[in-house]
Design a binder for this molecule. Sequence first.
Ligand code: NAD
Length: 339
Amino acid sequence: MTVRVAVNGFGTIGKRVADAVTKQPDMKLIGVAKTRPSFEARYAIDRGYPLFVGGDGRIEDFRAAGLPVAGTAEEMLKGADLVVDATPDKIGREHVAQYDAAHLKAIFQGGEKPEVAEVSFSALANFDAAHGKRRVRVVSCNTTGIIRAASVLRSRYGVERWDATLIRRAADPTETKKGPVNAIVPTFQFPSHHAPDARTIYPDLPISTTAVVVPTTLMHVHVNHVRLHRPPATTADVISAFRETPRFHVFRSWEHVDGTPQVMEYARDHGAPRGDMMKNVLWEDGIRLDGADLHFFQAIHQESIVVPENIDAIRAMCDLAPDAASSIEVTDMTLGLRA
Ligand code: NAD
């Protein structure tokens, strides 16, 4: 079975998901929708993706720019089995009625409230919960990072308490209108929205989060302190647990990856499309078990970490894979996340 996928919203996340869909043996990209002509609209055409006009966009503007348009987003949806909505925060919810009317399954992103969907999703944690669902929300980049780590720690060791400080990038590299440029901005919300968001997937996760925004575009970094119920004997056991789990990359001491710039350079060196790093990134030197207390840093590439999760959500919703492991295997193989 091949699922026909439409992508509504072709920006940072939408174009990555569209590219990923074209690499799947069980999916076909039937089109992407944008509101305005832009370099990204041209990219869609150059890649041979049927380009449709979404939102309040005007077909004439695309034609005036010399970009061939296949029709409106409404027309695109008619040919799809499922739509991935990757429009900006709070816009996706405005499309629910339209998708329902077209009898389409729909995936929303983390910028939408959980209520937009029947279930919030992260592949390692709750793949089965999305089976047969009509509306699923892939949680945000930071929450995806937390939930992946939680899926490793909960099952093996049990989590008694978890405090995380999220050092958040100010903007994506392509954004020119966001800051701060020269400030460290604490979020005066205790906990930050990430803890309740994580509990949309693991309702009993005893996590508390705080967040600080800093002037960088190169990834988020989480500083984690976790009290474990059944701690393993050594730090090496925890490192092995992360290494054994898909979608984790643990740098070794001798690699001298001091911070996020080297992580991004590593991804570029290895020819990752756009220099993306879709795995949670940890450091051997940045993991320490002290009795029952686990301390670890992890870096999260905001622009790409949710891409494999969108692909797995499609598989779960359309019953294309029997379980999470089978779906993750295909996704990670096709996206170059495993050998
Ligand atoms: P973006 O601004 O880069 O891209 C959104 C695209 O949607 C733009 O091309 C815009 O022109 C288009 N668009 C706007 N209104 C539209 C409409 N009505 N119909 C069709 N297209 C429309 O946004 P993004 O960063 O890709 O974010 C998309 C979603 O993914 C948000 O919910 C966001 O919270 C979430 N998300 C973003 C990141 C990130 O770091 N960028 C990470 C994880 C999740």
